[in-house]
Design a protein around this ligand. Structure first.
Ligand code: PLP
Length: 428
């Protein structure tokens, strides 16, 4: 049998024979009692090493004064020091007046922004979202599980919208958002999306910015987490805030990002960008929540990352470490599964994931079998609202953390499991 034959064209007897050979290999691997974790998109230690110099950048004899003269050792500066706003304004391509710097996590900023909207409402709205009989969000899927977890926690009903080649299905989004006043928002990871690695086209960005929405206070939660995380020639993403302004909807979007996967996840700097009106409303609430963020960490980051040239060189060093890992996954998938018509996968230009689809109905069994052979993958279904993938087919591969050797073994095991489960499904 040719290694790349379409499984659907094989005789049952051929498939059965092949299944038995694969099963023997699988049982042998199980006996090796391996432990490989590919469940979360974390940088590997070599990537973290790239930012170690940042820890020496501020000394005890340093003045620790921000550009505006404020003492970073003390309280104050609710929305960030000017030089941090300046740097992030370049990253997100907005004006520095449209930036609020946060703490160590953009996810926290997203959670808090929605929680505040539920409690107090947003500019242009008619009161707290949480006082309404129902609040719904559009959830392009597969998507980021932690976005969906925020909605679940706050009792926001999630509506799945399919991801397509150029971003989410805009026809459906326009229809739903145009008809239902309860739909208050949408989650978007617009560049190198988690997990598909898709960058929204200009057309998609333009339509999101300009579409009619039944809710006057509809908001786009634009999580630009991977905006500088290229693996190849950078994808270009149209500026959503500029597009919203141009379309006469300047308050429609909240943009988020962070340095989590630029420097140290958990010890990075998070940021939000939005219209000045949105940010003015938010600053009032923020100043009740906190007397000021960690300005010392902001200063450290700005002095280390400096400007876009420096930042881009730093990101190239990240890419030099992780691109071979992405390549290894893609090569292994192609050599083990290519032509068999039992799975397809994306080839991202950046970000942290490779998204793979099995035959319908197979993903849960594949993830379970891989776990039994020692390979932990992100839970099947996690990339969909309520943890339920309607076609039970999406698997998120996170190649960055394991070593190349571990990755090779893990993907071979994954491919073995996909073949075993697929043959069972084909034979019925
Ligand atoms: N947004 C996306 C799309 C992510 O994939 C992640 C982490 O995996 C985050 C946000 C988390 O960001 P932060 O560390 O700034 O909270």
């Amino acid at each position: 049998m040719d290694k790349h034959t379409d499984f659907n064209r094989l005789e049952n007897s051929e498939l059965n024979n092949y299944y038995m050979r694969l099963e023997e290999r699988y049982e042998n691997i199980k006996n090796e009692k391996m432990k490989l974790d590919m469940s979360r998109g974390k940088p590997c230690p070599e990537q973290l090493d790239l930012s170690m110099d940042m820890l020496d950048i501020l000394g005890s004899d340093d003045l620790l004064k921000a550009e505006d003269g404020s003492d970073c050792r003390n309280y104050g500066g609710i929305d960030g020091i000017p030089e941090a706003k300046e740097l992030f304004s370049k990253i997100l391509e907005v004006d520095a007046s449209e930036i609020v710097i946060g703490g160590n996590s953009s996810l926290t900023m997203m959670h808090d922004t929605i929680a505040r909207a539920m409690l107090h409402g947003v500019p242009g709205g008619s009161g707290p979202w949480g006082k309404r009989p129902a609040v719904k969000f559009l959830c392009p899927s597969p998507g980021y599980d932690r976005h969906f977890a925020i909605c679940e926690l706050l009792n926001i009903e999630m509506i799945i919208v399919d991801m397509q080649e150029n971003g989410p299905d805009m026809d459906r989004i326009e229809k739903l958002a145009g008809e239902d006043e309860a739909i208050k928002g949408i989650w978007c990871v617009p560049k190198y999306s988690n997990p598909d690695g898709i960058t929204y086209s200009d057309g998609t960005v333009g339509r999101l910015a300009a579409m009619q929405t039944k809710a006057a206070d509809f908001r786009i939660f634009w999580d630009d987490a991977y905006t500088v995380h290229h693996l190849n020639e950078p994808d270009r993403l149209k500026n959503i805030l500029a597009a919203c302004k141009k379309a006469g909807n300047p308050d429609r979007v909240y943009m988020f990002s962070s340095t989590s996967k630029i420097t140290f996840p958990g010890s990075g700097v998070a940021v939000m960008a939005a219209s000045v009106d949105n940010l003015d409303a938010m600053r009032k609430q923020l100043s009740v929540q906190s007397i000021g963020p960690d300005k010392i960490n902001q200063l450290r980051h700005v002095r280390f990352l400096k400007d876009m040239d420096q930042l881009n060189s730093h990101m190239k060093r990240h890419a030099a470490i992780i691109k071979p890992k992405f390549d290894k996954v893609l090569e292994t998938l192609e050599s083990e599964l290519g032509g068999k018509k039992i799975a397809d996968w994306k080839k991202p230009n950046g970000g942290y994931f490779i998204s793979l689809n099995t035959l319908d109905g197979c993903a849960e069994d594949v993830v379970r079998m891989a776990a039994e052979a020692g390979v932990t993958l992100t839970k099947a279904g996690a990339t969909f609202p309520y943890g339920k993938d309607p076609r039970n087919r999406n698997i998120r591969i996170a190649p960055t953390f394991p070593t190349l050797k571990e990755l090779e073994t893990a993907i071979e095991i994954l491919c073995l499991c996909i073949q075993l489960v697929s043959i069972k499904a084909i034979l019925g």
